[in-house]
Design a protein around this ligand. Structure first.
Ligand code: HEM
Length: 400
């Protein structure tokens, strides 16, 4: 049987969803040695159940089984205290800490800074030529936004992006050169940890209105390493996911001729973003580890086995969504799982949505005739089973 990764890479989101659904609500993927869930109710049940753990260190250990562990000890040191790899009670305290730096109140005050970044990126776009949207907009936007949220000084930003991107690459992707990726991830983690510790010292002396200062105010009995890990997860979880979701959504709008409708009725944008996020999720598998032997819809799951929620299929479950494969611009209820569910529900979902809302609003105004540039090939990314996005997305416009 073809492995899931190659099947995903050679399919559209819709045909991959059809394939997954055809395998049943729970199936064993032999090549990957994982259970896969395609049913919305079962998936939500697993994501909300205390019988499944989010501590995925063993998965990373298996991934680097060829590398001596010492090579990635810095990476592990940072990852093991992140909220996303913790179960309660640690998760509860770490999430509360991370949340203190990205509350609704903080984000409300941060909106003008998001707008400023969007404006700067859109203003430099060519008005008459075709351009690669990934390089010009989708990649820089979340990186700059997070550097702003952290008040990283201009002269440190290049390093900051590099370290966090090296960690993210190892966290999410498969790789052609595992040893090099492991080396970069480990060195990125060590640099980022040391830099955050230095920043913590500076902010203790002179607090600012930024992410680290907010975390220090709420630190309580948590140690400094836990502050570092919650800062690092914001970068690892908040950059590539947003870049990819922006591209997937814009591609979906343009491919389904939704752009014109949105130009005429921008009030529908919020629902359109959710609908596109349902149909082409950037996080297409979310996984957990079974804590004990159990039966799920007739499948015998053993303690320690990996259970993957297949968002492509779950988000198109016809028990939950009418016309599941269609783009329904005015969909009333849209309980897709693209931001997860349960206690690990995406902490940055609002910030992700804000960036998309602000960016697409500006693009609709400036580029009402935007379309896919079919004279060039726009490639889907090809280094990960769990994440989906575009390597490049060539667009063209005739707005001037
Ligand atoms: C549109 C873009 C985004 C998508 C599609 C997305 C998706 C997800 C998903 C599916 C999860 C659940 C992971 C799991 O259950 O194992 C998650 C968790 C998380 N996300 Fe996002 N995310 C996005 C943007 C962001 C941003 C902008 C940030 C922060 C700046 C962020 C921070 C986090 C954090 C900290 C977690 C872990 C929460 C926890 O473990 O309690 N995400 N995200």
């Amino acid at each position: 049987m073809t492995d899931l990764y190659h099947r995903k890479m050679s399919s559209s989101p819709e045909s991959f969803a059809h394939f997954l659904k055809s395998q049943g609500p729970v199936f064993w993927a032999e090549a990957e040695q994982i259970w896969v869930l395609t049913d919305h109710e079962l998936a939500q049940g697993v994501l909300k159940s205390p019988d499944f753990s989010a501590d995925r260190s063993s998965f990373f250990m298996a991934k680097i089984s060829g590398c001596p562990f010492a090579k990635v000890s810095n990476f592990f040191g940072v990852v093991k205290k992140m909220m996303v790899t913790s179960d309660p009670p640690h998760h509860t305290a770490r999430r509360r800490l991370g949340n203190s730096g990205i509350t609704d109140h903080i984000l409300d005050r941060f909106l003008p800074q998001v707008d400023a970044v969007v404006n700067e990126l859109i203003n430099q776009l060519p008005r008459t030529f075709s351009f690669d949207f990934v390089e010009k907009v989708a990649l820089p936007l979340p990186n700059i936004v997070l550097a702003d949220l952290f008040s990283i000084p201009t002269d440190k930003r290049k390093d900051f992006y590099l370290w966090s991107n090296h960690m993210t690459q190892f966290f999410g992707g498969a790789s052609d050169n595992l040893e090099l990726d492991a080396f970069n991830a480990d060195s990125g983690a060590a640099h980022l940890r040391d830099y955050f510790k230095q920043l913590m010292q500076e902010r203790r002396e002179q607090p600012q209105d930024d992410f680290i200062s907010h975390l220090l105010r709420s630190q309580g009995s948590l140690d400094d390493d836990e502050v570092v890990s919650q800062a690092a997860i914001m970068l690892v979880a908040g950059t590539v996911t947003t870049t990819d979701q922006i591209c997937n959504n814009l591609h979906t709008f343009l491919q389904n001729n939704i752009w014109r409708d949105l130009v005429q009725n921008p009030g529908l944008l919020e629902k359109a973003i959710e609908e596109a996020t349902r149909l082409d999720p950037s996080v297409n598998f979310i996984f957990r580890i079974a804590k004990k032997d159990m039966t799920l819809n007739g499948a015998s799951i053993k303690a320690g086995q990996l259970v993957f929620v297949a968002n492509h299929a779950v988000n198109r479950d016809d028990n939950v969504f009418t016309k599941p494969h269609e783009f329904v611009l005015n969909r009333d209820r849209n309980p897709h799982l693209s931001y997860g569910a349960g206690i690990h529900y995406c902490l940055g979902a609002r910030l992700g949505r804000i960036q998309m809302q602000r960016l697409f609003t500006r693009l609709l105004q400036d580029f009402p005739d935007l379309s896919l540039d079919t004279s060039q090939v726009s490639l889907r990314k090809h280094q990960s089973l769990a994440f989906s996005g575009f390597e490049n997305l060539h667009l063209t416009t005739e707005s001037l």
